[in-house]
Design a protein around this ligand. Structure first.
Ligand SMILES: [Zn+2]
Length: 373
């Protein structure tokens, strides 16, 4: 099994080279659109037939674009057509991010240097590799994406890296409940609900409201800055929580499957909105990749009844829960409602594990974006 990580590097590019790279991005996206239009009109996403039909014209129209990038644009367009099953026309904007395969880019992490093919020959760029990313220097580079931030006039390189992951062992399990009041509660009685988190979020919400009501240009700029800071705050907290959970003495971490629609019934309409607000998805991604890196497993369990069921006797009744307190009408067990849910998630995880050991375990992971702290 292998694991993929995507890291984001801010590039230091001279003004002259910026012009070359911008030109390259624009050309690439034009080629993408030509290919997509041809494939859409002719109901095909076949790289070979699209290549034969469009390559010559494209070369004549954009002789400055290296042929490997023309092919790259074609490949991306074919994949986009395939992804939408040719039901609609995929369209690239002039400054959509563009993909570089190994032939058209060379990255040397140790020297903070990359050489990138452009419409004006090779462009040399520099970057500072954040300390946190140094763990990746020996990983295999899979693909790179060049993105131009038009607002800030900055180029970023997103690099996807791969390494073999350690084999998972053991089957002791901890259940984690994610919620609004407590960001996370673990079945081993650990709560993550710091006052600081709540206060900071309240502060940002207040600032946002004030700036939104002003509506001036400078207020808008400040609002953007605050949103960025807030996102960064959430990311940092999620990193810390994920790290603590993954370092607990358990082999397997059980989480509720939040993609399931049933979560809506369980926690109410507002939950999903707040869920997005807090980026529970991000927290899960962080838990997954940190766990994977040290050979621990993460499993998703059915969230049904995890808040209604008694974690001691199994009696399931909606009225057992009242806000943050849980009291079982059957056995009299009393416990914090989120902790009760976390224990149910751990139990569901155990059931899930025994099923997995019968059917081959599948713990494949998608590439996740790693954000330096
Ligand atoms: Zn009970």
């Amino acid at each position: 099994m292998s694991m993929d990580r995507t890291i984001k590097l801010k590039l230091d590019v001279s003004e002259e080279d910026k012009t070359s790279l911008k030109n390259t991005v624009v050309c690439f996206n034009k080629v993408f659109n030509i290919v997509a239009e041809y494939g859409f009109a002719n109901h095909t996403h076949s790289k070979v037939s699209i290549h034969h039909a469009t390559y010559k014209d494209i070369r004549e129209q954009y002789p400055e674009l290296p042929s490997a990038l023309v092919q790259g644009a074609r490949d991306v367009a074919c994949e986009a057509l395939k992804a939408v099953k040719k039901m609609r026309l995929p369209v690239s904007k002039p400054f959509s991010a563009i993909r570089y395969n190994k032939r058209v880019i060379r990255i040397i992490f140790e020297h903070g240097f990359a050489s990138i093919a452009s419409a004006d020959g090779r462009v040399k760029v520099h970057f500072t590799l954040p300390e946190y990313y140094k763990q990746y220097v020996n990983w295999e580079i899979r693909s790179s994406t060049l993105r131009y931030d038009t607002a800030d006039d900055v180029f970023y390189l997103h690099v996807t890296l791969r390494k073999d992951s350690p084999e998972p062992t053991g089957d002791t399990i901890v259940g984690v409940d994610r919620g609004i009041v407590n960001v996370a509660v673990c079945s081993n009685n650990v709560f993550f609900n710091s006052k600081e988190v709540k206060n900071t979020r309240a502060k940002y919400a207040h600032l946002r409201r004030e700036l939104q009501s002003k509506g001036t240009k400078s207020a808008k700029r400040l609002l953007k800055k605050i949103r960025r800071k807030e996102r960064r705050f959430v990311t940092d907290v999620n990193h810390c929580i994920a790290k603590e959970i993954v370092n607990m003495p358990y082999d397997v971490i059980a989480l509720e499957d939040l993609t399931s629609i049933r979560v809506q019934n369980r926690k109410g309409k507002n939950f999903n909105r707040k869920l997005n607000n807090w980026s529970f998805y991000q927290l899960e991604q962080f838990i997954r990749y940190k766990a994977e890196a040290i050979g621990k497993r993460v499993i998703s369990v059915d969230p049904r009844y995890s808040s209604q069921k008694c974690s001691k006797c199994g009696h399931t009744y909606k009225g057992n829960r009242d806000g943050s307190s849980y009291r079982c009408r059957n056995c009299g067990f009393q416990i914090h409602a989120d902790l009760n849910a976390a224990r149910n998630i751990a139990h569901a995880g155990i059931t899930c594990l025994s099923r997995l050991s019968v059917n081959q375990p599948n713990v494949g992971m998608n590439a996740v974006q790693d954000t330096a702290q």
